[in-house]
Design a protein around this ligand. Structure first.
Ligand code: ARG
Length: 463
């Protein structure tokens, strides 16, 4: 094709080819070549259906289907010459098919349009990403369950406001993330189920007068059914938005965990040691071991939110049905998918390799008067005091400990009785951190027995 010729795919009514800038803004081949395998699968299913319905002859269909496999192997082998003049993956494939098999290639587009074609390709691509996300989440959840099981009774401080609140167990903290990623998993499965309807055969927007069989192509491509409204089928990008919103929420979870790992691995906390395999050094400060993977996971969420917001903006206000605006859907989803998959894999690697520093965790668990609530609960339980009074007395004892520069278990019985005469020596039993966590046996609480039960529940659920 020379510079001045019109497009061979749609140029019938055009006397001149597009301006170079027109071509540059119009072409999507630079990125939508990522959907080559999906495009060819869609075309092969469409061609088979055109044969089964006698719209095309078996000879033409055989040539088309064989030729498409040749095109696919050229693309996979890296020998395919992509052309910007041919705009997108759909026309690049069809044009090459024509070079390989000749005339029958021109019959492939019978009863379909690029509008249903692109919706089909993109859905197939996004569906694969939902499957990859499911696998990534399962791997991450399993890594967390490994940590939770190992450290079901390791004590650590639990925080509110990033201030020491009450002692908890390492396993309990890991399981909090299992719950979050478990919800992500259920969102993934839910969205995948909802999106699994085939747009193919909606044609340009109105359906087609050819006697096509949309159920056949839907089944061949692994869809549950054909979509029920052709206008909706070509203009819907909810599946991509579902993907991005699930990814956004999951990336937020990853980011929160990443932030904790950054804090925990610092010299001030030393709660965890990240493995060398998931850390980097500094080019100037020889002592440094930086949690770069965690920092990058924390940051990836920005790109994913950006993609979600970006595609929402593209779609809002578009009249039915297809508008070229919708070509701007892919790059953002591609980038968000890559970022999410990489972040999940990096988090899984870090979680598997990291070491909880049990001694540091235990010391920190006992700091900051973390068992003050246990003391107040004891006053309620043993002395029958109203909780509000118990809270006040405990506060006074915390102030005494603070002025003596010691922790609650270091106070003497005399100190205790100076605030309330009926306190007995038994109170010291509840001030220990291990006793504190062991006592929190309420369902979903931090007691090691509860943690082990929840680990088992998750294992059963995932089995
Ligand atoms: N490259 C286009 C896209 O990504 C394919 C659909 C083009 N359809 C059309 N009527 N121009 O959306």
């Amino acid at each position: 094709m020379t510079d001045n010729s019109s497009n061979t795919m749609w140029g019938g009514r055009f006397a001149a080819g597009p301006d170079a800038i027109m071509e540059a803004i119009n072409a999507s081949i630079g990125f939508d070549q990522r959907m080559a395998a999906q495009d060819i699968a869609g075309s092969r299913a469409h061609a088979a259906m055109l044969g089964a319905t006698d719209i095309l002859t078996d000879t033409d269909v055989a040539a088309i289907r064989e030729g498409l496999l040749t095109v696919l192997s050229e693309i996979e082998g890296g020998t395919f010459q992509f052309s910007t003049a041919l705009e997108d993956i759909h026309m690049n494939v069809e044009s090459r098919l024509k070079e390989i098999i000749g005339e029958p290639a021109g019959r492939l587009h019978t009863g379909r349009s690029r509008n249903d074609q692109v919706a089909t390709d993109f859905k197939l691509w996004v569906r694969d990403q939902f499957d990859a996300a499911e696998a990534g989440l399962l791997a991450l959840i399993n890594a967390l369950l490994g940590q939770a099981e190992a450290g079901a009774d390791w004590v650590m401080p639990g925080f509110t406001h990033l201030q020491v609140a009450q002692p908890v167990t390492w396993g309990h903290h890991m399981l909090a993330y299992v719950e979050m990623f478990g919800r992500d998993l259920s969102r993934v499965r839910d969205a995948r189920k909802r999106m699994n309807e085939s747009p193919l055969g909606a044609a340009a927007l109105a359906g087609t007068s050819f006697p096509i069989d949309r159920h056949m192509t839907a089944e061949a491509l692994g869809f549950d059914r054909p979509s029920a409204n052709s206008l909706d089928a070509v203009s819907d990008r909810d599946f991509a938005l579902d993907f991005l919103s699930v990814a956004s929420i999951s990336a937020m979870h990853l980011s929160r965990f990443a932030e904790e790992l950054v804090i925990w691995s610092s010299a001030q906390f030393r709660f965890v040691t990240l493995s060398d395999r998931f850390s980097t050094g500094s080019s100037i400060m020889p002592q440094k071991k930086n949690p770069d993977a965690a920092e990058l996971i924390r940051a990836k969420v920005g790109r994913i939110y950006g993609a979600n917001t970006g595609l929402m903006m593209v779609m809002k206000g578009l009249p039915l049905t297809y508008s070229k605006d919708m070509q701007e859907d892919k790059e953002q989803v591609f980038d968000a998918a890559d970022s999410w998959m990489l972040a999940m894999a990096a988090m899984e690697g870090m979680v598997k390799d990291m070491t909880a520093n049990r001694d540091e965790l235990a010391v920190a668990a006992a700091s900051g008067f973390s068992t003050a609530t246990d003391l107040a609960d004891w006053l309620v339980r043993v002395l029958g005091m109203p909780f509000r009074d118990a809270h006040h007395i405990t506060g006074t004892l915390v102030a005494i400990a603070e002025s003596k520069n010691c922790d609650l278990p270091d106070l003497t019985l005399a100190d205790m009785q100076s605030v309330h005469a009926q306190i007995t020596v038994e109170v010291f039993d509840v001030l220990g951190v291990q006793n504190s966590v062991n006592s929190r046996m309420s369902y979903g609480g931090t007691a090691p027995a509860q943690v082990r039960a929840q680990v088992q529940r998750w294992k059963d659920k995932l089995a």
